[in-house]
Design a protein around this ligand. Structure first.
Ligand SMILES: Nc1ncnc2c1ncn2[C@@H]1O[C@H](COP(=O)(O)OP(=O)(O)OP(=O)(O)O)[C@@H](O)[C@H]1O
Length: 585
């Protein structure tokens, strides 16, 4: 029942709409139930007694009943779809807000593909069932019970016949549901796998083609399509019985009713109208059961979908704001940024990625972090932005512990250029403005100039209005990096973090960019993460990282003189002259 909480909370929140919709739909059922009763009256009191005024007045009543039934039916359906749409809208918003609070680790637990399926297809499943619940399932037991009671009033003996049919039908449904529930529960999981493989195929299409792996990958994707289709076919094989069984039972019920009914009429135990009434009520009962049975297949699927949504909504984000501890940052305090004995490991990893990091930097200084691949450089940027919580130590901005600053406020102090420059679909202007929506055209131009992006922007036909495709695939790696740098520069911050952001630039552009950045960032802290020593040669402080530990601190000349790891790095990049090598020995 816990998994239904999401749904019941929604219904409770919208109780007025739910009440109005249910009343309208039940009213429509009452109108439907009145028709067999009126037909029986018409036959017995009007036609058989040849009373035309009764025929006329019952005819009018039937017409009015049908009209009222149609009007409330349309209104009921309209409000039922309003409920379903509202559920979709509100649930998607809740999911989206929740996903935004989650760290990368949290989202990785479920997987991006699965999150996409959950926000799209799982919500649609529940919406569809919600609509059917109101339109078919809700009136069904009401119609069935009232029909049986009304039929019983007309002829208790004949009521046994539709009751037997109902029992047979319920047994068939139970067997089918029993056999297919496991398969139905698998649908969404198989859909996740399909989405994940298709996404991966399209994202990695260049690599797949370059390595001539298209057939292998295509088989994998095809396999998931086949698996999904097989599952659906097996489910449909069971459900294929349902409709023919229901319709046959419906027809078969008529035969004994007419047979038994005719004998009773012959014995004068009942009137002819009673037979039509019992037939009418049996048809109504069976049709409401058929309707319910038809959506039965969707109910376990929707419950599985509800489970999947609930799973995301109850996730406890790894990083949460501690509202009661929020502190104001005093920007006059120095150092501007310090790491005090910081240790960090990713959730689930058995080894620390960063160990006992200790360094600080003042406003106006440039701190560079170098190290081999996997040494933990990018992780430093991630924990500074609080994408993850550290396990030990403190990170301070102007003396304030970042865990005591609201995440939103913390991130407003930092301009970040990630390792993989990501652009959004739109225009060049839109992408730069993402850093600061209030920036003026002059500021946009200035940021682009400092980021060395202006020359290639000017070459575009539409200049700043040139379109950027999803992920920025119509720009080169170096161009994307420069646009991402312009986006970071236009946001006026206290700390600028460049995570390997110059790696795709040629040496000349790299040097020009660093020269242009110097005066721009003189009142801020600059953190440059790099592999290339030429990029960080002028930094005020350099930290050398090896397997998550600081193995050297100093300026370029200090490190090149005495730090073996730095020397090795410099040597591998032909940045170590013979004379310096001698000092090393
Ligand atoms: N989300 C994650 N979950 C678990 N481990 C991770 C995660 N991200 C990175 N790691 C691990 O942490 C270590 C440091 O990664 P990080 O990206 O910080 O290295 P890096 O020095 O920036 O490397 P590169 O120069 O290659 O980008 C690596 O061993 C990596 O496998």
């Amino acid at each position: 029942m816990n998994n239904m909480r999401l749904f019941f909370t929604f219904l409770k929140k919208n109780k007025l709409l739910v009440l109005v919709t249910s009343s309208l739909i039940l009213l429509q059922s009452v109108a439907t139930l009145l028709i067999p009763y009126l037909i029986a009256q018409l036959i017995d009191k009007g036609i058989l007694e040849k009373n035309s005024s009764v025929v006329y007045s019952i005819g009018i009543k039937m017409l009015l009943t049908v009209l009222v039934g149609a009007v409330v039916g349309v209104l009921g359906s309209y409000y039922a779809s309003e409920i379903a749409s509202r559920f979709g809208k509100e649930t998607r918003k809740r999911l989206f807000r929740k996903i935004q609070q989650l760290s990368l680790n949290d989202t990785n637990k479920i997987g991006v593909a699965s999150l996409v399926t959950r926000t799209s297809s799982d919500v649609v499943n529940i919406q569809e069932v919600t609509l059917s619940l109101f339109q078919m399932v809700l009136p069904s037991p009401f119609m069935a019970i009232i029909s049986i009671l009304l039929a019983y009033r007309v002829s208790p003996v004949m009521t046994v016949i539709p009751l037997v049919s109902i029992l047979i039908f319920i047994s068939v449904i139970t067997v089918i549901m029993f056999k297919s529930t496991r398969l139905i529960n698998n649908i969404q999981k198989k859909m996740d796998k399909m989405t994940m493989l298709v996404r991966q195929f399209f994202k990695g299409v260049k690599i797949i083609r370059a390595f001539d792996n298209a057939d292998f990958e295509k088989n994998k994707v095809d396999g998931s399509f086949n698996d999904f289709a097989d599952n659906m076919i097996r489910i449909n094989k069971y459900f294929a019985f349902l409709t023919p069984v229901a319709f046959s039972l419906n027809s078969l019920t008529m035969i004994p009713i007419i047979w038994v009914g005719s004998s009773l009429v012959a014995e004068n135990s009942i009137q002819v109208g009673a037979i039509t009434a019992v037939i009418g009520y049996s048809v109504l009962t069976m049709s409401s059961f058929i309707m319910t049975a038809l959506i039965m297949f969707n109910i376990p699927r929707a419950i599985a979908s509800l489970n999947r949504l609930q799973e995301v909504l109850v996730l406890q984000p790894e990083v949460e704001d501690e509202d009661h501890l929020v502190e104001k940052v005093d920007f006059t305090v120095q150092p501007a940024l310090s790491f005090e004995n910081v240790t960090f490991n990713y959730q689930g990893a058995d080894k620390s990625v960063l160990e006992d990091l200790d360094f600080s930097i003042n406003t106006g200084e440039v701190l560079a972090i170098v190290g081999g691949t996997g040494s933990g450089k990018s992780t430093i940027a991630k924990i500074l932005l609080r994408f993850n919580n550290i396990q030990a130590g403190r990170i301070l901005i102007h003396g304030t512990d970042i865990s005591k600053i609201l995440q939103k406020d913390l991130r407003s102090l930092i301009s970040y250029v990630p390792q993989r420059a990501f652009l959004f679909s739109g225009t060049i202007r839109d992408n730069i403005l993402d850093g600061n929506k209030a920036a003026t055209p002059d500021e946009i131009r200035h940021a682009a100039r400092v980021a060395q992006a202006l020359p290639f922007i000017e070459e575009q036909d539409k200049k700043f209005n040139a379109s950027v495709s999803q992920g920025g695939t119509n720009f080169s790696g170096g161009q994307k990096q420069r646009l991402a740098i312009a986006r970071a520069l236009i946001k006026k911050s206290h700390i600028y973090v460049f995570d390997d952001s110059f790696s795709a630039l040629d040496y000349k552009t790299d040097a020009k960019l660093r020269a242009a950045l110097k005066p721009e960032l003189k009142d801020a802290v600059t953190l440059i993460i790099a592999q290339r020593i030429s990029t960080i040669i002028d930094a005020d402080k350099i930290i050398v990282l090896n397997e998550g530990k600081i193995v050297g601190k100093g300026t370029h000349s200090e490190l090149i003189e005495k730090n073996p790891v730095y020397q090795e790095l410099a040597r591998s990049q032909n940045m170590l002259s013979e004379s310096e090598v001698k000092k090393d020995v």
